[in-house]
Design a protein around this ligand. Structure first.
Ligand code: WQD
Length: 336
């Protein structure tokens, strides 16, 4: 079954391409390389021992989408392509609404027009904001978004829900990712942040590699056991596998107006301090870090309740944080 993977050269997209082929799907990548690199395609070829078809294009190109859907006989879409920097979204909201909302609408219209019925959407635990009760289940209320980026994920889910409810022959799942980390065990693909990383693990590995001088740990006065924030760090390969399960669920679902959403995390909360300690232990590298004031907009604590994804999706994270950080480090060493 041919699956269009938008953003397929990106961090999560590239790992998902590998897992799709392993599960017998045929991924076709659409990526404009605005936040990814074409060399990822060669890396995928090394891992897979074969080429993966790709288009260097943007999801807002309706005519091209129609051409791809017809010529490549596409039966499903996994939609990763989006802008994802919270801070940048505050500076450039319209860029985020174009890339994340306008592109989604264009894609859904093209799917419906061409009878492509299976859709998997990259959503985020950011939709929960700072929840009152932890871990969060899918019943946990969605709170008003703290940034245009977060808003695009909330509104994106609503657009899909409303579209599916109108029964145009579409089945869809939104996957609410927690914090993806790690890299492929081959160390051929991984995260490629542009410029100074905003996220914790790439900042940790770049500091350990000597690219950054020191990691600033944002806040040591939170109401958590060690005072640092708590997150649910999930290995990107586990996350990639959740997409295969999502597609399989959609394909066997008979209801044409089926829509659901799942938490994709490990179910375990890990503090920033614990992550640093784990990194030092598994890599044997001493990390240069110091505590700094809280970062504006950070939530204190969040991790997933994964009962629904375990039961309905038949998926569970298998890799440990030790493996994720060891893989992230091996990947970082290839970038030096
Ligand atoms: C994790 C923790 C930081 C960097 C991200 C995305 C968000 C969503 C979920 C996709 C926080 C601390 C970080 C550093 C630090 N993704 N930290 N020093 O904030 O959970 O959110 O993942 O939808 O959009 O932004 O992830 O990796 O930025 O931060 O102390 O240099 O690490 O304060 O407590 P976050 P993160």
């Amino acid at each position: 079954m041919n699956i269009l993977v938008t953003g397929g050269a990106g961090f999560i997209g590239s790992h998902t391409v590998v897992e799709l082929i392993g599960a017998g799907f045929e991924p076709i990548i659409l990526d404009d390389f605005s936040n990814s690199q074409e060399k990822v395609l060669d890396r995928l070829e090394s891992i897979l021992g074969r080429k993966v078809k790709y288009y260097n294009a943007n999801c807002n190109d309706a005519a091209l989408l129609t051409k791809i859907f017809k010529e490549d006989n596409i039966e499903g879409v996994i939609h990763f392509a989006a802008s994802k920097a919270v801070g940048e979204s505050v500076e450039k909201p319209l860029l985020y609404y174009r890339n994340n909302i306008s592109a989604l609408v264009t894609l859904l219209e093209a799917m419906i027009a061409n009878g492509v019925s299976n859709f998997v959407f990259s959503s985020s635990c950011t939709v929960y904001g700072q929840p009152e009760v932890i871990p969060v289940t899918e019943e946990t209320p969605v709170l008003p978004a703290a940034s245009p980026y977060g808003n695009t994920k909330q509104v994106g889910e609503e657009i899909i829900r409303d579209t599916v409810a109108a029964k145009p022959g579409l089945k869809a799942l939104a996957l609410r990712y927690f914090n993806p980390v790690g890299a492929h065990e081959s160390a051929l693909i991984g995260e490629l942040p542009i410029g100074v990383p905003a996220n914790l693990v790439p900042y940790v590995t770049q500091t350990a590699a000597g690219i950054r001088q020191k990691l600033m740990v944002f806040g040591k006065d939170y109401d958590t056991p060690d005072g640092t924030c708590i997150r649910d760090f999930i290995h990107v390969v586990d996350l990639a596998k959740a997409h295969v399960k999502a597609l399989e669920l959609l394909v066997k679902e008979a209801e044409t107006n089926y829509y659901d959403f799942f938490n994709i995390g490990t179910g375990t909360g890990t503090s920033v301090q614990e992550l640093i300690d784990t990194f030092e232990r598994v890599t044997n590298v001493k990390l240069n870090y110091e505590f700094a004031p809280r970062r504006a907009g950070d939530i204190m604590e969040i991790y997933a309740d994964v009962s629904k994804s375990t039961e309905k999706l038949g998926w569970k994270a298998e890799k440990t944080l030790d493996e994720a950080l060891a893989d992230a480090w091996r990947w970082q060493l290839t970038l030096k």
